[in-house]
Design a protein around this ligand. Structure first.
Ligand code: NAD
Ligand code: LMR
Length: 339
């Protein structure tokens, strides 16, 4: 199941679903001119399930669209400037949002809230009005708060379907697979890891005990590996030294998740991947958004899987995750209530 989600599936539909049989899918990228938006747009141009690619940004989207449109795949590409958001969204099936500011060294993702919350709220308001049935994939940080913001905006507009709104946590899965493979001496594609919780520091909980190659990792090596998965984003922020955060690996992860969803929309069964969604798993503790393995289907979320058996260490990681996640979710909801 996870091997199918690997790099190959970015551009190749599963064999039984030929691209000629695929339905028409308009995919819109909001923030297409940015560090993530540009390579993400390129990767989506390579996906045969995408028939129309709509690129929007407050700066530079027509240029990115002109450039990407020369790639020799079938999809049509259109770029929209700042005052053409409604046209960019019109009739779209899927909206991917990497709009907003990235971190600089020393910042947490929550430090981005003041700028990104209103960007995401305003974009969500437009989506709810123009394309209320679209699936919305939120990349903008802090994801733990921006997904509740999009959901609350849709709720306020009376068009909320929890099956349609996703926080993209795929980069945590990608990192976990890559870093565990480094420790275990395996190929990342044969080293699946489920990562649950949210998308920031201690809220990122890798379930290494559930993977054949991960369960043997113990002691200091385990601690270092978990830390690296939880704080992999900081590695990139520090290395970029003020020039932003992960863009290329995030574009890959965003294209991979969008590809998974498009395969499921086109009828492929058994597409399961972690994503941050409205979830019943910890709702009794007041935490109603959570990332766990989710089966995707034509309507978006088809089934939310339980966490399964956790090791003692994972129980501890989860205990540290939940209170922080709760605060982040509440902050997002409150922001929309007060808007
Ligand atoms: P960037 O600054 O390079 O690009 C952001 C783009 O958003 C810019 O082109 C900007 O013009 C555009 N933008 C700003 N306001 C907009 C609006 N109202 N409408 C449309 N576009 C708008 O930043 P980046 O490196 O691409 O990162 C974007 C976001 O993604 C950040 O918040 C970052 O923290 C987040 N991110 C998330 C993950 C994840 O795993 N979910 C990973 C990496 C980065
Ligand atoms: C990441 O995990 O790389 C992103 O959330 C960007 C960041 O701020 O670290």
């Amino acid at each position: 199941m996870f091997a199918r989600s690997a790099a190959r599936s970015l551009v190749t539909p599963a064999r039984q679903f030929s691209s000629s049989a695929a339905r028409q899918s308009k995919v819109t990228v909001l923030g297409a001119g940015g560090g993530i938006g540009q390579p993400l747009s390129l990767l989506l141009k390579l996906n045969p399930y995408v028939t129309e690619l709509s690129l929007y940004d407050i700066r530079g989207a027509p240029g990115v669209a002109a450039d990407v449109s020369h790639v020799d795949t079938k999809s049509e590409v259109h770029g929209y400037p700042a005052d053409k958001l409604d046209q960019a969204l019109d009739g779209t099936d899927v909206v991917v949002i990497p709009a907003g500011v990235p971190r600089k060294p020393g910042m947490t993702r929550d430090d981005l809230f003041n700028t990104n919350a209103s960007i995401v709220r305003d974009l969500a308001t437009a989506i709810a009005r123009v394309s209320p049935k679209a699936k919305v994939l939120v990349i903008s940080n802090p994801v733990n708060s921006t997904v509740p913001i999009v959901s609350a905006v849709f709720e306020k507009a009376g068009v909320y379907d929890p099956a349609h709104i996703f926080g993209v946590t795929t980069l945590d899965v990608v990192r976990a697979q890559r870093f565990l493979a480094g420790v275990a001496g395996t190929d990342p594609k044969d080293t699946p890891v489920t990562v649950v919780g949210g998308h920031s520091g201690a809220t990122i909980v890798p379930l290494l005990s559930q993977t054949p190659h991960g369960k043997g990792v113990t002691g200091e090596v385990y601690k270092k590996l978990v830390h690296r998965i939880q704080f992999g984003g900081d590695e990139v922020v520090q290395a970029k030294d003020g020039a932003g955060s992960a863009t290329l690996s995030m574009a890959y992860a965003g294209a991979r998740f969008t590809g998974d969803l498009l395969r499921a929309i086109n009828g492929e069964k058994g597409v399961v991947t972690p994503t941050f969604v409205k979830s019943p798993l910890f709702a009794d503790q007041g935490i109603d958004f959570f990332s766990s393995n989710v089966e995707l289907g034509p309507n978006g979320v088809a089934k939310i899987h339980p966490l399964g058996q956790l090791s003692k260490e994972e129980e501890e990681l989860l205990a540290a995750c939940l209170p922080e996640l709760k605060k982040n979710i509440e902050k997002g909801k409150k922001f929309v209530q007060q808007s």
